[in-house]
Write a protein that binds this ligand. Structure first.
Ligand code: CTP
Length: 401
């Protein structure tokens, strides 16, 4: 994703400065080259040598110097460093650097380089909650936001001073995702994408339920990639144990009936609908309002749930619709039949009995089937499956396949 992209990272004097190591390693792992500007105060929290080592990669050594601290070591570095960068990230960003940047103060290498940069800037604020909530700081922050600077975090939690409040630097994965978004093509901007994910739970009684092995990872990856590529995203999620992507509207549901209602409430506002949830096909004919006791015995009478995808395919003004076909074995014929029977635009076939594919793993091996072509993809991460799926959706929607 970040291959050959060049990122200039500013590190300022916050306790969170040590987390920059993980950020640099993450960026290097995804193929980015990273140059770092450290302020004097940041060197109290982490040494330039530790940062220098993090910018190295055994596979692809960093080219030339990677850590810069002093304006006058190399007098034109405040101009040459930003000129070579695709993106400027300041993480952690203290109230001081945010105040200087918002007011055009350039009195060290980092503040000067920020002024000399005219590309995209991301800041990850980190400070005590009183500083964060101070109207003077808020004015500076809002000014930066108004000129297009992206902010990630801060988050609420326990702060370095021992107090609880807002001010913790955002998680590194959130900063990474903001970086991927800033450097990603925005080719589905303007689309309203509705995604379903995870399993549903059908109550037997208040304690027991029927469900399936879906983890929600595929649907959450689809929502994340749609958001990264510029779409407005609504995610209807069954009960899962993973965090939703930032900036996505989430509607939590439990049962197939609740998911059905949530889809029908939102689909008319959507231009692309991806049904990746593993909806229970059957639910108990009746759900007891009290716990069934062991001595009563249990035999279940099941009835079919409504088919959400099929009902979506029947709508008169329907969006572009994608379904998933979870099969055991290479039953592409069954997936092709679902494409036609459910009257949808694309179906993604996966063999859930195959290793590394299907439920509760981070990878998937799929065939993207539409009316014009079938694209068989190798085993890849669920993020990459989502990227390939949107590439195909765009080809079909905008370029007629
Ligand atoms: N689906 C749905 N509502 C249901 C069941 C399934 O919307 N009650 C959707 C799934 O989200 C998926 C597609 O239909 O996008 C195909 O689901 P799958 O389980 O593969 O097939 P089914 O239609 O349930 O048929 P079968 O169980 O015979 O394979």
């Amino acid at each position: 994703m970040l291959k050959d992209r060049s990122i200039l990272l500013g590190i300022t004097g916050s306790v969170a400065a040590y987390k920059s190591i993980e950020l640099i390693k993450g960026l290097r792992h995804e193929g980015a080259s990273v140059k770092v500007v450290m302020t004097e105060a940041s060197k109290r929290f982490i040494t330039p040598l530790s940062i220098e080592l993090a910018t190295e990669s055994p596979i692809e050594p960093a080219s030339g110097n990677s850590v810069y601290c002093d304006m006058f070591d190399s007098p034109l570095s405040h101009v040459s460093l930003p000129a070579d960068a695709d993106l400027f990230v300041v993480a952690p960003a203290t109230a001081n650097i945010i105040g200087k940047y918002a007011n055009g103060i350039a009195d060290d290498l980092l503040s000067t380089a920020l002024l000399a940069f005219n590309g995209k800037v991301i800041i990850a604020p980190a400070m005590n909650w009183r500083m964060y909530e101070n109207p003077v700081f808020q004015k500076n922050l809002q000014y930066l936001v108004s000129i297009g600077v992206k902010t990630v975090g801060p988050e609420r939690g326990s702060l370095a001073c021992g107090e609880e409040g807002i001010g913790r630097m955002a998680d590194i994965e959130k900063i990474m995702e903001a970086i991927r978004t800033a450097l990603s093509k925005q080719d589905i901007a303007g689309e309203k994408v509705l995604v379903t994910a995870g399993p549903t739970r059908e109550d037997i009684d208040p304690v027991r339920y029927i469900s399936n092995r879906s983890s929600g990872k595929m649907g959450y990856a689809i929502a994340k990639i749609a958001k990264r590529r510029g779409a407005d995203v609504t995610l209807i999620s069954g009960p899962v144990a993973i965090k939703p992507p930032d900036g996505v509207d989430v509607i939590n549901v439990e049962t197939a009936n609740e998911m059905h209602a949530a889809v029908m409430d939102n689909i008319s506002r959507s231009s692309i609908f991806v049904m990746s949830a593993a909806v229970a096909d059957f639910m108990p004919a009746e759900s007891k309002g009290r716990k069934i006791e062991k001595k009563e015995g249990l035999s279940l009478d099941l009835i079919k749930t409504g088919d959400i995808l099929e009902d979506a395919g029947r709508l008169r003004n329907k969006p572009f619709i994608v379904g998933f076909a979870a099969e055991t074995g290479q039953r592409l014929d069954r997936a092709r039949k679902k494409l036609v029977d459910k009257n949808i635009d694309v179906i993604v076939f996966n063999d859930v009995s195959k290793k590394g594919s299907g439920f509760d793993v981070d990878t998937n091996e799929v065939v993207i089937i539409d009316k014009k072509a079938e694209k068989r993809l190798p085993l890849m991460s669920k993020d990459d499956v989502a990227i390939a799926l949107f590439d195909r959706i765009i080809e079909l929607k905008y370029n007629n396949g």
